[in-house]
Ligand binder design. Structure first.
Ligand SMILES: *[C@@H]1O[C@H](CO)[C@@H](O)[C@H](O)[C@H]1NC(C)=O
Ligand SMILES: *[C@@H]1O[C@H](CO)[C@@H](O)[C@H](O)[C@H]1NC(C)=O
Ligand SMILES: *[C@@H]1O[C@H](CO)[C@@H](O)[C@H](O)[C@H]1NC(C)=O
Length: 489
């Protein structure tokens, strides 16, 4: 299915081929893709519309609304995002950044019958998710910032507190672990009834941080107590294929602690992915876990709104983000990289860089951070990362998609235009069609000429501090790629 739709899309796309940048060094730098070196499987790239930001798109008039959706989800003209992270609200209302809960009032005991209240909108996220489905998105991550306050030690969904019933959090009102599991499943089922299949569930957000919006504290050990209830409850509800993600730590070092505590508590095998943010400590090295690892929320909270690709390496620059995502996937074995907000207004947080697109009433402005992600859009969910190396000042990565196509994503760290040649080893692709696109200060995933030599080597040019992505589509179908053999640590 994917093969056909991808090829149809490629065939339908007019080839807007840009002129090859004029100043070129004589010698092309050689990058070698090694099919014999197999690493992690990629689940995708994404963003969130939580905190009611989805409503900014809901409220846009046409044609802007469709333009913006294309920028986010279109796999041939936009970023081609493949994961949507939805917030599971725990608040009494949707004022400020709050997201309303489907259980504003708990029954008097944990075993009482809950009265769920569904508004059909879920802070704009139902609409956004339905649009994503139309574009072919298949991964929907539901993530609660907190349990409803009535299930917690502090009685409110804000300012930390813990889930009643996990170790070290006993409450006179009883053990609410099972009730919380039922609640999360109810939320996922409501999405299902609206045509959105929730594929992953998370029940914590930054559990090492207590704040004035929805927040709930948890250690990895306490998280394991809940995972041991949630997993069998999902299975009993016939949701065996819904993965549990944990624990959305503020940073990599806390997340690594969660991973080891969950493993010690014997709950690692019940998890799909260990999830981390990158605020309190950046991602570096690989995490000690047998599970997949996702970066699920990060953004530049300090920079003033910038649409630049490269401005002296600023923290909001597209080029900086290209390197951030690249490092996570290539050096830290991430299977997913999810930005924080897809869209935000001008008023929030002094118009900083925590969004990819600024929506200002009925107009919008796109940052180059979006185009850094777009360079990865040819890496589709299910792709297997393989070896890629060679060339000075080049950072190379390669991925074999489930349909047999090969995506090669390269950052040129040098300041000059560079010709890049991609050679293949360890396997071949039969008579591939090769396309390439690049992004720099003045281009956004713009198609560029590719020459393919008789030996199959593909060559194209990328400007200084630019990024280039090559897609090789073989003429003949190739056998599916084997699952990766875990590398011993
Ligand atoms: C994606 O963009 C292309 C090019 O603009 C357009 O032809 C196509 O219809 C878009 N896809 C969807 C699903 O809207
Ligand atoms: C789960 O699926 C089985 C077999 O299709 C069915 O008998 C059962 O009622 C389902 N249970 C739930 C909770 O949907
Ligand atoms: C990379 O992640 C996979 C799970 O996606 C795991 O099996 C493998 O051991 C990890 N490799 C390293 C080097 O951490």
């Amino acid at each position: 299915m994917f093969t056909l739709s991808l090829l149809a899309a490629l065939a339908a796309t007019p080839l807007l081929v840009a002129a090859v940048p004029s100043v070129e060094p004589r010698q092309a730098q050689k990058v070698t893709v090694d099919f014999g070196k197999k690493y992690q499987t990629i689940d995708g790239f994404g963003f969130s519309g939580a905190f009611q930001r989805a409503n900014l798109i809901v409220n846009l008039k046409e044609p802007k609304q469709t333009e913006l959706l294309n920028l986010l989800f279109n796999t041939t003209s936009g970023a081609g995002f493949s994961i949507v992270r939805n917030g599971i609200g725990s608040s009494q209302d949707s004022s400020k950044d709050y997201m309303n809960t489907i259980l504003p009032k708990c029954p008097s005991s944990p075993t009482g019958t809950p009265e769920y209240k569904w508004d059909g909108k879920d802070s704009g996220q139902i609409w956004l998710s339905q649009q994503a489905v139309r574009y072919g998105v298949k991964t929907f991550y539901g993530n609660a910032w907190s349990a409803p306050g009535c299930m917690k030690t502090n009685g409110v969904d804000v300012n930390g507190g813990q889930l009643c019933g996990v170790s070290g959090a006993s409450c006179s009102k009883g053990d609410w672990k099972q009730a919380y599991a039922n609640y999360l499943i109810k939320w996922a089922q409501l999405y299902g009834e609206n045509g959105i299949k929730i594929t992953h569930l998370g029940f914590l957000n930054e559990p090492d941080y207590s704040t004035s919006y929805a927040s709930m504290q948890s250690s990895g050990t306490q998280a394991a107590d809940f995972i041991k209830v949630l997993r069998p409850t999902l299975d009993k509800a016939n949701m065996t294929d819904v993965g549990i993600n944990c624990c959305e730590a503020t940073g990599w070092s806390v997340a690594s602690g969660h991973a080891s505590q969950i493993a010690s508590a014997g709950a690692e095998s019940m998890l799909y992915a260990i999830t981390s943010h990158e605020y309190s400590s950046r991602i570096s090295g690989t995490m000690k876990t047998t599970r997949r690892v996702w970066q699920t929320e990060y953004s530049d909270l300090n920079g003033g709104w910038s649409t630049a690709w490269y401005s002296n390496g600023g923290s909001g620059d597209g080029f900086t983000w290209a390197n951030t995502v690249f490092n996570g996937v290539v050096n830290s074995n991430l299977s997913a990289y999810i930005f924080w907000e897809g869209v935000q207004d001008r008023a929030t947080n002094n118009n900083n860089n925590e969004k990819l697109i600024l929506v200002d009433g009925q107009t919008y402005t796109v940052s180059k951070r979006l185009w850094a992600f777009a360079q990865f859009r040819i890496v589709r969910p299910g792709a297997l990362r393989v070896g890629a190396s060679g060339g000075s000042n080049l950072k190379s990565s390669a991925f074999v998609n489930a349909d047999g196509s090969l995506a090669v994503v390269i950052i040129n760290s040098g300041t000059g235009t560079q010709r890049v040649s991609i050679g293949l080893t360890g396997s071949t692709l039969t008579n591939p069609t090769v396309q390439a696109w690049y992004t720099d200060n003045t281009h956004d995933m713009t198609a560029v000429d590719v020459t393919v030599a008789a030996d199959g080597t593909a060559t194209a040019s990328v400007t200084g501090r630019g990024m280039i992505s090559f897609l090789f589509v073989p003429a003949a179908p190739v056998p599916p790629v084997e699952s990766p053999v875990p590398t011993p640590v």
